[in-house]
Design a protein around this ligand. Structure first.
Ligand SMILES: C[S@@+](CC[C@H](N)C(=O)[O-])C[C@H]1O[C@@H](n2cnc3c(N)ncnc32)[C@H](O)[C@@H]1O
Length: 221
């Protein structure tokens, strides 16, 4: 049911750290139910009525597979190999056809206009170049196709959350492999040339304070 297609020719290697890579895979596996409970309402909204095949950018250990119908297909762009075993096992358990590509959001290796929907959660905070990733998502979406996303973002300037995001930026980015809590992803998505932009901002109440300011939305290519 799963096809591991490896890394396409020319795709840059994901920096692989044996300890942090494994830590992040374990972290998102252990906290999966908690994070899902926190985001469930928003995920149900933006991940509703998905087509038979979707592209998922940075699926990690498969947090969004529960929103995919049994028998449907996911083309997974996941450069971090330490996430792959749980992702594959979960897709098999849930009866989701998985095509796993070890490429990146910036260079998926997928053809132009080939996707009806692209989904991602908590990923644009971590990709090296989010503007290039958004251009790549637009490139692979067919006209009218949708990009559905949930992301954590920078809090409003001057707020206590924003101050904590700034203070913790280095250790946070080190532990979570390049993750930044300081990105204004709503502005980047609005500037990326999509139409029908529908973005909701909200706050969650987790103990991970820098992570608590979020957006979720659907935009059209
Ligand atoms: C915080 S985890 C989120 C995983 C999952 N989407 C979730 O909601 O639990 C970030 C994910 O983005 C992936 N990632 C980091 N840089 C990436 C890139 N350039 N392209 C695609 N995925 C990337 C990581 O490997 C990791 O799986």
């Amino acid at each position: 049911m799963t096809q591991d297609l490896g890394r396409p020719d020319g795709a840059p290697a994901f920096p692989r750290h044996p300890v942090r890579g494994r830590f992040n895979a374990a972290f998102f596996w252990v906290l999966d139910a908690y994070i899902n409970a926190t985001l469930r309402r928003h995920k149900r909204r933006v991940l509703a009525d998905l087509p038979e095949t979707v592209v998922e950018i940075g699926p990690g250990v498969g947090a969004n597979l529960r929103y995919i119908d049994r028998g449907a297909a996911v083309i997974a762009i996941e450069p971090n190999r330490y996430m792959h075993p749980q992702l594959i096992a979960r897709a098999d358990r849930l009866g989701v056809h998985l095509e796993l590509l070890e490429s990146s959001a910036e260079q998926t290796g997928l053809p132009d206009n080939s996707a009806d929907a692209v989904i991602s959660s908590l990923v644009l905070c971590s990709v090296g170049d989010p503007a290039t990733a958004l251009a790549e998502i637009r490139r692979i979406l067919r006209p009218g196709g949708t990009f559905r996303f949930l992301e954590h973002v920078a809090a409003a300037d001057g707020t206590p959350t924003r101050i904590v995001q700034r203070i913790l930026r280095r250790p946070w980015g080190w532990v979570f492999e390049g993750c930044s809590c300081e990105r204004n992803l709503e502005a980047l998505i609005r500037a990326a040339g999509f139409s029908e932009v529908d973005i909701e901002s909200y706050r969650i109440h987790s103990p991970f304070l820098p992570f608590n300011t979020h957006i979720a939305g659907v935009v059209q290519a």
